[in-house]
Design a protein around this ligand. Structure first.
Ligand SMILES: [Zn+2]
Length: 76
């Protein structure tokens, strides 16, 4: 968990992203994964992480298959 004193940090580079209260306005990747029964070693554990946008760009650049991209036509 990369949250200390209501602050969100990037798990990848350790940089401060934003305050938890500002998370709706910030641009970063937030992942929560419950490793269930079919996981080899992590059975029943929950991993959560926050990745800042520059780290996400770097990470996605290493993928063999790039993330699927769609344009949002409607902002809610
Ligand atoms: Zn980062």
């Amino acid at each position: 968990m990369s949250r200390i004193n209501q602050k969100i940090y990037c798990n990848c580079c350790g940089k401060f992203i934003c305050m938890e209260s500002e998370r709706e306005k910030a641009s970063f990747l937030s992942i929560v994964k419950e490793w269930g029964y079919f996981s080899d070693k992590k059975d029943g554990t929950v991993h959560s992480m926050d990745i800042c946008e520059p780290c996400y760009e770097t990470l996605a650049g290493t993928f063999a298959i790039p993330p699927e991209e769609k344009k949002i036509t409607e902002f809610v």
